[in-house]
Design a binder for this molecule. Structure first.
Ligand code: HEM
Length: 402
């Protein structure tokens, strides 16, 4: 048998990456990708180990990978985020400091207090939806909801959300290793500069007149001088705006698609709305919005029976780990009653998604409202279009019949 290759750039892979993940996990779970010059990990045990062990760095720029090096070489030093580190790419002690500054706003308790407002936003978004009218879940709910929520938390104008979308789309496009070509990099640069300009303006306003929002609290921390530089402040705002958007959009889109493709599960949820929380966890496991993340080995070592060299990248396929039969019974089936669902869709360890309580709450509120209002909801197409991004997997449209 020939060893399967990891090629996420084919249309078949984009429509359904899970058979490919399974082949790799079975035949070559620590796979060296010639194409991308990195290790591809598909077993739950290995993925969890790499995310937990401090000998793997989140600072991708420290890697010897030629693609990463080429991208880093193209980055311009006048981009604020090119030099500033965000928590996502930092190791302790920087990581501890940067995450500590915003973590209070994201505790389950602070987030629960946002429920009434999130409910209101969802109700407003659904106001224009009517049975018999065309309805695109992505455009009408899944995209606007997270951007309005994070904009309000930060204290920036939700009316600029078309700009926020363009900026964060351009920035996250560079995440996809293959698409990090000249054009994409150029657009990301433009958008990054515009976003930074915008935030500089708002920061100046809030310095004059602080309000009760996350941005004002971050500025206060910067003013005290000891904790946050101006570039880090900018980079943190940009990270929060970008990290929570497309991901939450994709949870709502991918989750709804899974539910509508397995009508027995939809019926179960409609009959017992108390299953909502476990249904959202199963959506995260079954077809997660973030398919993979990466770490860099800081020393030569053994991982999953292979020898990894210092500087090499380990590409941890969270979505493949979430379908590992060693951990999940019948992993390819979508079961909203699954218990002990220890999925890795939000990552694991120090970098476990900061926004997880917000994303969960938004999805729970959105699904409850949709199913209550539109009990006869169905897919309006068999093959909704995928966005082609193999890391942030999601739909560009999800037309429904209400
Ligand atoms: C369903 C939606 C979401 C998914 C699946 C998701 C997934 C993830 C994953 C897998 C990581 C870890 C990356 C790594 O270890 O390299 C992460 C980190 C992060 N996420 Fe999310 N995320 C979601 C929503 C959000 C939201 C709504 C926000 C903010 C409002 C957010 C902010 C962050 C931040 C700031 C980090 C970095 C944490 C750190 O480095 O310590 N995410 N997310």
């Amino acid at each position: 048998m020939t060893t399967p290759q990891f090629n996420p750039f084919t249309p078949e892979f984009q429509a359904d990456p899970y058979p490919g993940y399974r082949q790799l996990r079975e035949a070559d779970p620590m796979h060296w990708s010639q194409l991308m010059q990195l290790w591809v990990l598909t077993r739950y045990e290995d993925v969890e180990f790499v995310l937990r062990d401090q000998r793997f760095s989140a600072n991708r720029r420290s890697s010897t990978n030629p693609i990463v090096q080429a991208v880093a070489g193209r980055q311009d030093s006048d981009l604020p985020f090119a030099n500033a580190t965000t928590m996502l790419g930092a190791d302790p002690p920087e990581h501890t400091r940067l995450r500590g500054l915003v973590s209070k706003a994201f505790t389950p308790r602070s987030v629960e207090a946002m429920r009434p407002r999130i409910q209101q936003i969802v109700d407003e978004l659904l106001e224009s939806a009517e049975a018999g009218q065309p309805f695109d879940l992505i455009e009408q709910v899944a995209y606007p909801l997270p951007v309005i929520v994070i904009a309000e938390m930060l204290g920036v104008a939700a009316e600029r959300r078309a700009d926020f979308k363009r900026w964060s789309d351009d920035l996250v496009a560079t995440l996809s290793i293959q698409t990090a070509d000249g054009d994409v990099a150029e657009r990301a640069r433009d958008s990054g500069l515009q976003m930074a300009d915008y935030f500089r303006g708002v920061i100046a306003e809030r310095r004059e007149q602080p309000e009760d929002d996350l941005l004002s609290r971050l500025i206060a921390a910067e003013d005290r001088g000891e904790v946050l530089s101006e570039d880090e402040l900018l980079a943190t705002c940009m990270l929060l705006l970008a990290a929570g958007n497309e991901t939450t959009t994709n949870l709502i889109g991918n989750g709804m698609l899974a539910l509508l493709r397995q009508p027995d599960q939809l019926a179960k949820l409609q009959a017992d709305p108390a299953l909502l929380n476990s249904a959202v966890e199963e959506m995260l496991r079954y077809d997660g919005p973030v398919q993979a993340t990466a770490r860099v080995a800081t020393e030569d070592m053994e991982v999953g029976g292979s020898t990894v060299e210092k500087g090499q990248i380990l590409f941890a396929l969270l979505a493949a780990a979430n379908h590992d039969p060693a951990v999940f019974d019948d992993p390819e089936s979508f079961d909203i009653t699954r218990d002990d669902n220890r999925h890795l869709a939000f990552g694991h360890g120090l970098h476990f998604c900061l926004g997880a309580p917000v994303a969960r709450l938004e999805a729970q509120v959105a699904f409850r409202a949709l199913l209550e209002r539109f009990p006869n909801v169905r897919l309006a197409t068999d093959a909704p279009p995928w966005n082609g991004n193999f890391i942030l997997r999601g739909l560009t449209k999800l037309p429904l019949t209400l």
